[in-house]
Design a protein around this ligand. Structure first.
Ligand code: M6R
Length: 365
């Protein structure tokens, strides 16, 4: 039931601090500040040479962010593909490689086919799934469950942030096992993870501002989302979310790709959502914003207080997020991204929970 919410999607967005917290509790020992996976892995991360991550839609963007973490914390090379491509591109997996699959439903046809392919190649198969009785969960060697609870809205929200929580924990565990992270590094990262539910609650308080902004956004025909580093996959996710529920055309781009084409689209009718926590690449993103502003593009900047103070560009709106370490920012920044899509769709009067042409679980290819 929707509790007091107008849509399941709203309820599920608001449940995130709680369910991300439940997921966290399953993967992290708060007392010792260490990651403790709830299953014993049938391999040693030291022996893994390559990882592939495969999923569809929003789950693939979670995987995209997971790739940054696995590469950074565990120095593991990661290949990433959408399942519909992976299953047919004949990726040369080697015996003993690790193949990760991510799926809320655990029934997505392409992801399941990709899993079967990887298994046949002799790879270890690890799935991050929300439905523990699903086909993908049953057929995987290792299952890491997201504890998001049932997700009813077709637009994935809480499953996404729980997937990120699991992938972050896995990356830290891999970094430890491979000797890339010290005790102190791990404690620092776990500390960052433990903070996330509270930061998500804080981010939810920005809702009235986003609701107002959504009225503006609903007048646009196209919207561009930009981000760098782990904010880049979140830009892709933001664009997907807006498209699927409001039917406004949106595209996500790596901020650095702007001048390689999409900048030609910028004018006063094209809002640009820039996701830019104050991190190592912030200054670079600011210069991309300057390029947008110089062409009359309206900017919606999602950043923190430091970022807001540093970015001296006249932006349409700045959404000031709580201060946090940069490592896991996308888990928290997912909140305003989801809220913006949600409220825009509400203004447009679409069927938010059951958008046209879409199914919650895509069991045919
Ligand atoms: O159940 P799955 O996670 O495998 O589903 C994958 C995609 O179909 C799904 O994330 C889809 O992109 C959502 N509608 C996005 O909100």
């Amino acid at each position: 039931d929707k509790a007091n919410y107008r849509h399941f999607m709203a309820k599920e967005i608001h449940e995130q601090p709680e369910v991300v917290g439940h997921t966290l509790a399953r993967y992290v020992d708060m007392a010792t500040e260490r990651v403790t996976l709830p299953v014993k892995l049938p391999f040693d991360f030291k022996d893994i040479q390559r990882v592939s991550i495969t999923a569809c839609g929003t789950a693939s963007y979670a995987g995209f962010i997971g790739r940054y973490w696995l590469e950074r914390f565990a120095r593991l090379p990661v290949e990433l593909d959408v399942a519909s491509e992976f299953r047919y591109r004949e990726a040369p997996l080697r015996k003993g490689d690790l193949a990760i699959f991510i799926s809320q439903s655990g029934e997505t046809a392409d992801t399941l086919a990709a899993l079967r392919y990887a298994k046949a190649q002799g790879a270890h198969t690890l799935s991050v799934v929300n439905v523990p009785t699903s086909t993908i969960a049953r057929e995987s060697e290792i299952v890491l469950q997201t504890v998001a609870g049932p997700e009813i809205g077709v637009a994935s929200t809480k499953a996404f942030t729980c997937q990120l929580m699991v992938l972050a924990s896995l990356a830290v565990a891999a970094g430890r096992a491979r000797g890339e992270l010290s005790d102190a590094d791990e404690a620092k990262l776990v500390h960052g993870l433990v903070e996330i539910p509270r930061l998500m609650s804080e981010a939810l308080t920005i809702e009235p501002q986003i609701e107002k902004l959504a009225r503006e956004l609903s007048k646009s025909r196209d919207v561009l989302y930009l981000g760098r580093g782990t904010s880049y996959p979140l830009a892709l996710e933001g664009a997907l979310k807006l498209k699927e529920i409001s039917y406004i055309h949106a595209e996500g781009y790596a901020a650095g790709e702007l001048k390689h084409g999409p900048i030609a689209l910028i004018d006063e009718h094209m809002p640009v959502v820039v996701i830019a926590p104050y991190d190592k690449v912030f200054e670079k993103t600011v210069s991309n914003m300057q390029e947008v502003a110089a062409r009359g593009g309206k900017i919606i900047l999602m950043t923190d207080a430091k970022g807001a103070a540093e970015a001296t560009i006249q932006s349409l709106v700045t959404i000031v997020m709580p201060d946090m370490g940069a490592a896991f920012a996308p888990i928290v920044y997912a909140v305003p991204v989801q809220l913006l899509a949600y409220h825009t769709a509400v203004v447009m009067g679409t069927d938010v929970d059951q958008p046209r042409n879409l199914a919650k679980s895509v069991t045919v290819e």
